[in-house]
Design a protein around this ligand. Structure first.
Ligand SMILES: Cc1cc2nc3c(=O)[nH]c(=O)nc-3n(C[C@H](O)[C@H](O)[C@H](O)COP(=O)(O)OP(=O)(O)OC[C@H]3O[C@@H](n4cnc5c(N)ncnc54)[C@H](O)[C@@H]3O)c2cc1C
Ligand SMILES: *[C@@H]1O[C@H](CO)[C@@H](O)[C@H](O)[C@H]1NC(C)=O
Ligand SMILES: *[C@@H]1O[C@H](CO)[C@@H](O)[C@H](O)[C@H]1NC(C)=O
Ligand SMILES: *[C@@H]1O[C@H](CO)[C@@H](O)[C@H](O)[C@H]1NC(C)=O
Ligand SMILES: *[C@@H]1O[C@H](CO)[C@@H](O)[C@H](O)[C@H]1NC(C)=O
Ligand SMILES: *[C@@H]1O[C@H](CO)[C@@H](O)[C@H](O)[C@H]1NC(C)=O
Ligand SMILES: *[C@@H]1O[C@H](CO)[C@@H](O)[C@H](O)[C@H]1NC(C)=O
Ligand SMILES: *[C@@H]1O[C@H](CO)[C@@H](O)[C@H](O)[C@H]1NC(C)=O
Length: 384
């Protein structure tokens, strides 16, 4: 059994950022990671052409800006390099092959007990700490919705986290399900590689350019969100026109308000909309059933496909292992309290990276958590 001040579960950007903040203050901590490297989502579970969707100043981790000459929208490889530098600068040493199986609060010793499967050695280990930081991410498992007949589909079925690029789909009929940023970008990539591409767009969604988003984020510092939405929507309709004849409806609520209130992000177009307008990417309503390689859509059209890529998002898996969560999380494994009060519970329990605010939110969480832990440790000292 090992004792430290803080156990951090997950070595994604959130876990790394929290460890860095604690290391700066010499607060002992251990980062437990189930995979064999940090930032596995970025290294092993994201597609080749991915770039940060937001400008670099909104994606920094604490105490380390991106290099001045770095591009505004950081490509995946450079983001990984940034994380490499971050990890070595702040001397972060995650323990790998450590899958956390349970964590509970031991009232007798007033500490968190974290039980881990060391999957390389096949042994169980236990870590004890006054503070526990959940940093397993909003994206810890790919989510595939129940779809009638999916089992009978005789082509390939993958989740977007397994998609690398469209090379092998050249000349194939491919259906992308889900029209978030991943789905739209994967459809664009497939089409560039010569796949006969379709996408299912089930619910209304805002489409913006990255420049419009950038402007909106700057304006949001000075103006109320409703005003920002008005400006952003005006620019978007000037750029794209009315997309409803292509099967893409706009939500009734503005994009920045929707992001803030529901965590639902707008699509930041990488070129898919032009392909949709040109008929290179076909838009379909939701799937009603699948039979063999035939897929039936809600408008009763039936088409044949070689592959389906589910870009239907992710889910948090924290409730599988965290006991005694003191209502920090709701049934979906997302924070019960809304931003900015989402990150803290009682008895030294915190979560980092669950504010639906990307890397910017992660950075805030890491610093707020570290401040709070520092405060508690100082209180302890005073008591003694
Ligand atoms: C495709 C994609 C693109 C994105 N692009 C951007 C962007 O441009 N800008 C932006 O700000 N945000 C973006 N995000 C959102 C967010 O910033 C990233 O998802 C970020 O990686 C989240 O960091 P995290 O540390 O919270 O979670 P993760 O990166 O998911 O890390 C969690 C870690 O916990 C580990 N883990 C999980 N369960 C256990 C367990 N039981 N035991 C041990 N370890 C465990 C996982 O293996 C993983 O390494 C994107 C997300 C996705 C999916
Ligand atoms: C952390 O420890 C190092 C080395 O022991 C020391 O130089 C530094 O001042 C300490 N920092 C803080 C904030 O206590
Ligand atoms: C993930 O990618 C990294 C870097 O390329 C590599 O070191 C690691 O072994 C990979 N892990 C898995 C599980 O594929
Ligand atoms: C621990 O991990 C190993 C390797 O993944 C697995 O075979 C084993 O069943 C796990 N043990 C427990 C108790 O979950
Ligand atoms: C693929 O392209 C051909 C010819 O352009 C078309 O007839 C066919 O319906 C397309 N397949 C799908 C699934 O859209
Ligand atoms: C967009 O066009 C559809 C019909 O194609 C129409 O019903 C809708 O009102 C239009 N929306 C706007 C904002 O003009
Ligand atoms: C269903 O949607 C597709 C794609 O937009 C379209 O080509 C087709 O004509 C539609 N079918 C019907 C019956 O409306
Ligand atoms: C958390 O961080 C944000 C941004 O740094 C700050 O505005 C907020 O007040 C902090 N919350 C607490 C409770 O300290």
């Amino acid at each position: 059994m090992e004792e430290v001040a803080v156990v951090i579960v997950g070595a994604g950007p959130a876990g790394i950022a929290t460890s860095a903040c604690l290391n700066r203050l010499n607060i002992s901590n251990v980062v437990l990671e189930r995979e064999d490297c940090y930032a596995s989502l970025w290294k092993n579970r994201s597609y080749d052409r991915l770039k940060l969707h937001l400008a670099k100043q909104f994606c920094e981790l604490p105490y380390m800006p991106f290099p001045r000459d770095a591009p505004t929208y950081i490509p995946r490889k450079e983001f990984i390099q940034y994380l490499d530098t971050y990890v070595s600068t702040f001397k972060i040493n995650p323990l790998y092959h450590r899958s956390v199986e349970t964590a509970f609060y031991d009232e007798d010793v007033e500490k968190w007990c974290v039980v881990v499967n060391n999957t390389r050695l096949g042994v169980q280990e236990t870590f004890c700490a006054q503070f526990l930081v959940v940093a397993t991410g909003e994206n810890s498992e790919g989510y595939v919705p129940r779809t009638q007949g999916l089992g009978s589909f005789n082509g390939e079925v993958i989740h977007s986290s397994q998609y690398e690029n469209g090379r092998k789909y050249c000349g194939k009929d491919v259906l992308v399900v889900g029209s978030g940023n991943s789905g739209m970008e994967i459809a664009y990539d497939l089409s560039n590689y010569g796949a006969n591409t379709s996408i299912v767009v089930r619910s209304p969604v805002h489409v913006l350019t990255k420049e419009i988003v950038f402007l909106g984020m700057v304006l949001a510092k000075y103006l109320p969100v409703k005003v920002v939405d008005g400006i952003v929507l005006f620019l978007a309709s000037w750029k794209y026109g009315n997309l409803s004849k292509y099967g893409i409806e706009k939500p009734k609520i503005g994009p920045f308000y929707l992001k803030q209130d529901k965590g639902q992000a707008p699509i930041i177009d990488v070129g898919s909309i032009e392909k949709i307008k040109g008929g290179e990417i076909k838009v379909f309503p939701s799937i009603t059933s699948i039979e063999g390689n035939k897929i039936r859509f809600a408008n009763d059209t039936v088409k044949c496909y070689d592959a389906i890529i589910f870009a239907t998002g992710y889910k948090s898996t924290v409730l599988k292992w965290l006991k005694d969560d003191n209502n920090l999380f709701n049934d979906d494994g997302m924070p019960e309290k809304s931003y900015p009060n989402h990150w803290k519970s009682e008895k030294g329990l915190y979560c980092a990276g669950f504010s639906r605010r990307g890397l910017c939110g992660i950075s805030q969480d890491a610093q707020n958590i570290t401040n709070d832990i520092t405060f508690s440790l100082n209180q302890n000292k005073k008591r003694i």
